[in-house]
Design a protein around this ligand. Structure first.
Ligand code: NAD
Ligand code: LMR
Length: 339
């Protein structure tokens, strides 16, 4: 049963961004030495909205920082080794987390839980201590569980603000636009597809019916397209043949979402994109986190949009999404409770 009326406009607090504050944006990347972290750091270096970049990893961040710092964009870049996490987080407004292990062929994202849950929990605890007002963008998988882990960890520390926590599902949106455009024979700019739910297999629900080109794709083509969007990650894992999962397209997607958030934080109006946040949409079914279109503003999450009209196929996709998503979220919360 869809709770379509459940739209939340988070109460805007009284803080407004002055133009000078808008020009000072310090962003940290935790896991900056990795397959995603390196190209993501490079792309963030070239983002004019980033004034300072703090690169942290348990391995190799100072080297990545030295390399990236030579790019002739105005931001400053600093690298921090394993024992300098607190220094890396000092004064940051935005923290992007691609730390953790990636999949190998035959694995699900949930198979990464045992390793990545504690990595993400410990990083979240440090953020809660050193940069409690930072906006946190979680890339590490399984996103459906790691976002609740961050939320519960910050809650334990008494500093959780749901307006500042985001699971990055932008790669699903990027894939949906690209794959749909390929079939329709148009440009990806003409096929912005809202992707809702979570970030793994059946929890990824593309709302193709809400785009004219997407709506025109039917029958076996529709089924194949939905499957490709839901399992695009597996396609890359298989092609990389044991060398990891999507890194370059993810770095692009991560930089794209970070830029959207920074635009919102800087006061730009109408910045709307899907992201996995604490959401009222399915709370009545015990699902506290959900990805749908979110307006980003000076406080982070400004407004959470309902799904809008769904086709019969999309209603079915939602039926498959919700129970799996619920399990993933509960697993993340239980992990922190038992920690
Ligand atoms: P990778 O192994 O290449 O890099 C991970 C990096 O994290 C490594 O440099 C490692 O040293 C670092 N790291 C490990 N523990 C750390 C800690 N405690 N603190 C700081 N850094 C730490 O992996 P990758 O390909 O960059 O993928 C990273 C994660 O992103 C994986 O969990 C992967 O599944 C996920 N991912 C998510 C999406 C998405 O759409 N959200 C897309 C692609 C990959
Ligand atoms: C993706 O969608 O590419 C990522 O979540 C990585 C993966 O494990 O598939």
């Amino acid at each position: 049963m869809l709770a379509r009326s459940a739209v939340r406009a988070l109460s805007a607090n009284s803080r407004t961004f002055s133009s000078s504050a808008a020009r000072q944006t310090k962003v940290a990347v935790l896991g900056a030495g990795g397959g995603i972290g390196q190209p993501l750091s490079l792309l963030l270096k070239t983002d004019p909205l980033v004034t300072s970049l703090s690169l942290y990893d348990i391995r190799g961040a100072p080297g990545v920082a030295a390399d990236v710092s030579h790019v002739d964009a105005h931001s400053e870049v600093n690298g921090y080794p394993a024992d300098k996490l607190d220094e890396a987080l000092d004064g940051v407004q935005v923290v992007v987390i691609p730390a953790g292990v990636p999949r190998k062929p035959g694995m699900t994202r949930d198979d990464l839980f045992n390793t990545n849950a504690s990595i993400v929990r410990d990083l979240a605890a440090a953020i809660g201590r050193v940069a409690p007002t930072a906006h946190i963008l979680v890339i590490s998988n399984p996103v459906n569980s790691t976002v609740p882990i961050v939320a519960s960890t910050l809650q334990k520390a008494g500093v959780y603000n749901p307006a500042r926590l985001f699971g990055v599902t932008t790669l699903d949106v990027v894939r949906a636009a690209r794959f749909t455009a390929g079939i329709a024979g148009v440009k990806p700019a003409d096929t912005p597809i809202t992707v809702v739910g979570g970030h793994s297999g059946a929890t990824i629900v593309p709302l193709l019916s809400q785009n004219a080109h997407g709506k025109a794709i039917a029958g076996d083509n529709y089924k194949a397209l939905v499957h490709r969007i839901q399992f695009g990650g597996d396609e890359v894992v298989k092609a990389k043949d044991g060398a990891g999962s999507a890194t370059l397209s993810m770095a692009y997607a991560g930089a794209k979402f970070t830029n959207s958030l920074l635009r919102g934080l800087n006061g730009e109006k109408g910045v709307i994109t899907p992201t996995f946040v604490e959401s009222p949409l399915y709370k009545d079914q015990g699902i506290d986190f959900f990805s749908s279109n979110v307006e980003l503003g000076v406080n982070g999450v400004e407004k959470i949009y309902p799904l809008g009209p769904l086709s019969a196929e999309e209603e079915k996709l939602m039926e498959a999404c919700l129970p799996e998503l619920k399990k993933n979220i509960e697993k993340g919360k239980a992990f922190v409770e038992s920690s």
